[in-house]
Design a protein around this ligand. Structure first.
Ligand code: PLP
Length: 400
């Protein structure tokens, strides 16, 4: 089918929930994507922080092939081998003692919210249900996670939303202190607000916040759906801050491209769940977990990918800073590892379109922040290619 026909049928048969670019990607290898006309692109978005190992990583592909031949699905009424392996690896490499598997970031956050409420109600009384989240946050699109999301634009038209959420400015510990009441049970935050414009909190924010929460016996839930799995140069972004959450959520890159989500918790908190409290038919299925094991294995292998993420992040950040010096419409460059935002004082969507025409997949968030989240395998040459392309695109927009 021709590309035009595919796009026509996409518009006809799919619900109109995405503003899609007129491109059909049909193949991916490493840093590269290929469209239905055979054009090659360099991917600096990684499916929004999903393809951290690049497209079709051989270890992940082989793991899926082998598992697909053996057992694709079996109910959680039974013990599931790859699920056990993945849970063990996550526990051994994090603060957590146990894991609940689901299929997406929103589902992982739903599970976290349920666990926080169950733990707090059971241990501290029925009145403990309220969760404080941050303005500008993003936690998913289900009714409850869209309520947790501190951006009214995502909730508009879907009211009534779920009761029991309060919002405070991101990065302000005293605002959290002021928002705590007898009903509060947890604070839920992203280590870096990714969809919210790649916003990084002040240096001591999480340490001071954790002290406050410990004092008040409240839980810290970290949403690492976008920042987890090596994206910031550590396996999990909380490792940069010197604090451990009580609950953490993962999805996106966890399956190396296969759909999987996870909610991890410390033992005393996880103990609040008993059989029947939460479940998911597909959660932790053999296929997704086999992909997850292979993916986590590849991320951790020799530690080179995480150190390369830090080096390449610095290299990309410096290159973007040089563009900031040259073009006054660039207001800020910020990020950690390979999650970098470049804030412009204008709408960034046309720049994304121009980059796509030039064979570079990037994206913008909050309207004016270009977001760069390439696979962690990105090289200096690929970064230089992107920087040259951006320079050319910016030059055309520069007043003479
Ligand atoms: N949490 C964060 C921080 C995210 O960035 C996202 C998606 O972008 C989600 C949750 C929702 O994940 P999903 O789209 O897999 O439901």
């Amino acid at each position: 089918m021709s590309t035009d026909k595919l796009i026509e049928e996409s518009k006809k048969y799919l619900m109109n929930t995405y503003n899609r670019y007129p491109v059909v990607f049909v193949k991916g290898r490493g840093m590269k994507l290929y469209d239905s006309d055979g054009k090659e692109y360099v991917d600096f978005l990684a499916g929004i922080s999903v393809n951290n190992l690049g497209h079709c990583h051989p270890k992940v592909v082989v793991a899926i092939q082998k598992q697909a031949q053996k057992l694709m699905h079996v109910s959680n009424y039974y013990h599931i081998e790859p699920q056990i392996h993945l849970a063990k690896m996550l526990v051994q490499n994090s603060f957590a003692d146990s894991v609940f598997f689901c299929n997406s970031g929103a589902e992982a956050n739903e599970a976290a919210i349920k666990l926080a409420r169950k733990y707090s109600k059971t241990n501290m009384g029925e009145q403990k249900y309220e969760i404080i989240t941050a303005e500008g946050s993003f936690h998913g699109r289900t009714i409850t996670t869209v309520t947790a999301t501190g951006q009214p634009k995502y909730q508009k038209g879907f009211e009534p939303v779920t009761p029991g959420f309060k919002y405070v400015p991101f990065g302000d510990v005293s605002a959290v202190a002021d928002a705590i009441t007898d009903n509060t049970c947890a604070v839920m935050l992203e280590p870096i607000q990714a969809e919210g414009g790649v916003r990084i909190p002040p240096e001591n924010y999480f340490r001071e916040l954790k002290t406050l929460l410990d004092e008040k016996k409240l839980l810290l839930i970290l949403d690492e759906v976008q920042t987890g799995m090596g994206r910031t140069g550590k396996l999990f972004a909380y490792e940069h801050y010197g604090v451990e959450p009580d609950i953490m959520t993962l999805a996106k890159a966890l399956g190396g491209g296969a759909a999987i989500g996870a909610m991890l918790a410390k033992g005393k908190v996880a103990g609040a769940f008993s059989p029947g409290d939460h479940a998911s038919t597909f959660g932790g299925n053999p296929l997704a977990c086999a992909a997850g094991v292979a993916s986590l294995d590849a991320i951790l292998e020799d530690g080179w990918l995480l150190s390369s993420t830090l080096r390449m992040g610095e290299y990309l950040g410096k290159g973007l800073m040089n563009l900031k010096k040259k073009y006054p419409f660039v207001k800020d460059v910020r990020g950690r590892g390979l999650l970098i935002g470049m804030e412009l004082d204008m709408d960034a969507s046309d720049i994304v379109k121009d980059a796509l025409k030039d064979g570079y997949v990037i994206n913008c968030t909050m309207g004016n922040v270009l977001r760069f989240a390439p696979p962690l395998i990105v090289t200096m040459e690929e970064i230089e290619g992107l920087l040259e392309t951006l320079d050319r695109i910016f030059e055309k927009r520069s007043p003479r």
